[in-house]
Write a protein that binds this ligand. Structure first.
Ligand code: 15L
Length: 269
């Protein structure tokens, strides 16, 4: 397997989304050469040395071309909330295959933006490690399980390295009681992405994407020491203001995935 080269360009998919824009800014400031792509136009000024090319994840040839010469692919593209199956299928299932095929051809590493919704139906009283049972809470969460599994397939069969980050809630600030556990600051996300680019060898690993939230913890062991990364920010400072910000839906409040679990929920017992 060729050595990972952190100086090669980095392909960032989903660059025009909320997290993509944050990463473009932070990684641009860190001197990373970025190749940005999204189906939607990039709304900000391009970071120095960066290029933007509009592309659909369904277009395998476009993705292969974009990845040419890249050492890392930060995959934040695709459907990022619960949607009907047919809408998830193209970008998140076929598109993910295109990303991993490109990584295989370029011997590139993948950061896969996975989600807490891959394990959303676990109850909030549990403490999960990275090897816990998958419990997707919708078609979106199911596509994240598939993405993590795709990483394993390409690792065992082709030696493609990947870091699946099970992102909690990455927003400017925590806004409700659930986010006292799930909040992931933009700064912690950016520093994690930088370590994924710079680490010599990662293998195929999973990291919980949350800040240093100690007031409420659902997620424990993972492979972060491989990256030498630890979160610095915390939702703890907002505990008093947010602990009462809950819903009156027992399905939402019982499960880690919150509102996603309650969408189209028809179980009676
Ligand atoms: C996600 O995976 C979504 O992309 C984001 O919009 C939030 O809903 C987040 O999960 C969350 O669970 O808070």
């Amino acid at each position: 397997m060729p050595d990972h080269d952190p100086k090669k360009p980095v392909l960032l998919t989903g660059a025009s989304g909320a997290l993509g824009r944050q990463l473009a800014r932070q990684l641009g400031e860190a001197g990373i050469t970025l190749r940005l792509t999204d189906i939607a136009p990039f709304p900000d000024a391009l970071p120095p040395g960066a290029t933007f090319t509009a592309a659909d994840l369904n277009d395998g040839v476009a993705i292969l071309r974009l990845a040419e010469g890249c050492g890392t692919i930060l995959h934040f593209g695709g459907v990022s909330v619960e949607r009907p199956f047919e809408e998830v299928l193209g970008p998140n299932i076929r598109g993910l295959f295109h990303i991993y095929e490109a990584a295989r051809r370029e011997h590139a590493r993948v950061l896969f933006a996975s989600s807490n919704h891959s394990v959303g139906f676990h109850e909030r009283t549990e403490q999960l490690d990275d090897d816990c049972t998958y419990r997707p809470d919708g078609y979106y969460g199911l596509s994240k399980v598939y993405g993590e599994m795709m990483g394993r397939l390409y690792w065992h069969k082709h030696g493609v390295e990947s870091v699946s980050v099970r992102i909690g809630s990455s927003f400017p600030e925590p806004v409700d009681a659930r986010m006292l556990a799930t909040w992931f600051s933009y700064g912690d996300l950016g520093r994690l992405a930088l370590r994924v680019i710079q680490t010599e060898r990662t293998g195929c690993i999973i990291v919980w994407g949350t800040s240093k939230n100690t007031r409420m913890t659902w997620w424990r062991r993972d492979a972060r020491e491989v990256l030498g990364w630890a979160p610095q920010d915390s939702a703890d400072t907002r505990t008093k203001q947010l602990e009462g910000v809950t819903t009156n839906d027992p399905v939402v409040e019982r499960h880690m995935g919150g509102a996603y679990c309650a969408m189209d929920y028809t179980r009676k017992d």
